[in-house]
Design a protein around this ligand. Structure first.
Ligand SMILES: Nc1ncnc2c1ncn2[C@@H]1O[C@H](COP(=O)(O)OP(=O)(O)O)[C@@H](O)[C@H]1O
Ligand SMILES: [Mg+2]
Length: 264
């Protein structure tokens, strides 16, 4: 072999070697890219699956709540009404005060229970069937809270969001659960509800000045708090809850504009 041929051979060998190395790099690079893409695809599918699961759970819950609401209204409340009528008749016939006074007490207890049951039945029935706007539904809840005389609820509204049934129903349940919790557990004197609707979507800020609690403690991990978070996430919303013992509890929920319009 002549000198030129050897040089030519070396150049060619080097070129082949370089092409091979480049090929290996390309292969590894493509393989890794594909792997990352595959991982992302799996993650998106998993997230979609979780969202579907959450929506199914929520709709089963909704149906159960409606069922209980109807049962309370049609069965328990009817029976209590009858009990109230019969006791009223006995009361009318009773001549001695030892009889009529206790009967009067019983009637009052039955009527109070009836009023509470009606309220409960009303709050359990499907928000989807109510024509009231989101703000009206919340104003109504504030009135219920204020009527208890235990704490004062105030509502501030900025803007008038266009909302589909799904967001209206879910966000209302979140507000309702927060208010019920504040009333039941916090012993607060003030409950503030702020609705702000701006270009980027709807922000809810709920705040009580009650006893607060430790969010990380197991005994405080209830279905109510979990449902609130799920409902916000199902709307692709942000959910931030803060609570400080002795100071109070705050909840921020933000839902992007486009997720407010869905009807399902
Ligand atoms: N605003 C609040 N103030 C004080 N404690 C609260 C408040 N909200 C929730 N909690 C605590 O967190 C727990 C879990 O609440 P939740 O998930 O709604 O369950 P439930 O209402 O069924 O007990 C409550 O039992 C209560 O101890
Ligand atoms: Mg609760």
């Amino acid at each position: 072999m002549g000198k030129t041929e050897i040089i030519l051979f070396l150049v060619l060998a080097n070129a082949v070697f370089l092409v091979l190395i480049a090929g290996v790099f390309m292969f590894v690079f493509k393989y890794r890219k594909r792997k990352i893409e595959h991982g992302e695809e799996l993650k998106t599918k998993e997230e979609q699956h979780q969202l579907q699961l959450m929506n199914t759970q929520l709709s089963v819950q909704q149906q159960t709540m409606q069922y209980i609401g109807r049962e309370i209204h049609d069965s328990v409340a009817q029976k209590l009404t009858l009990a109230s009528i019969y006791t009223g008749q006995m009361h009318n016939r009773a001549t001695e005060p030892e009889m009529s006074k206790p009967l009067e007490n019983i009637i009052n207890i039955i009527n109070d229970s009836l009023a509470e049951l009606r309220q409960l039945s009303h709050s359990l029935t499907d928000v989807r069937k109510q024509h009231a706007s989101f703000a009206e539904l919340i104003a109504n809840e504030c009135e219920v809270v204020n009527n208890t005389g235990k704490c004062s609820a105030t509502l501030h509204i900025l803007g008038n969001p266009e909302m589909g049934i799904a967001a209206k129903s879910s966000l209302f349940r979140i507000v309702q659960e927060f208010m019920q919790n504040s009333l039941k557990y916090s012993e607060c004197s003030d409950l503030k509800i702020n609705l702000e609707y701006e270009n980027d979507g709807l922000k809810l800020l709920l705040e009580d000045n009650g006893r607060g609690f430790n969010l990380n403690e197991r005994k405080h991990k209830g279905i109510g708090l979990d449902n609130m978070r799920r409902r916000a996430l199902a709307l692709n919303g942000q959910f931030e809850m803060e609570s400080q013992p002795g100071v109070g509890t705050k909840l921020k929920v933000a839902v992007p504009k486009e997720n407010l319009l869905s009807e399902t």
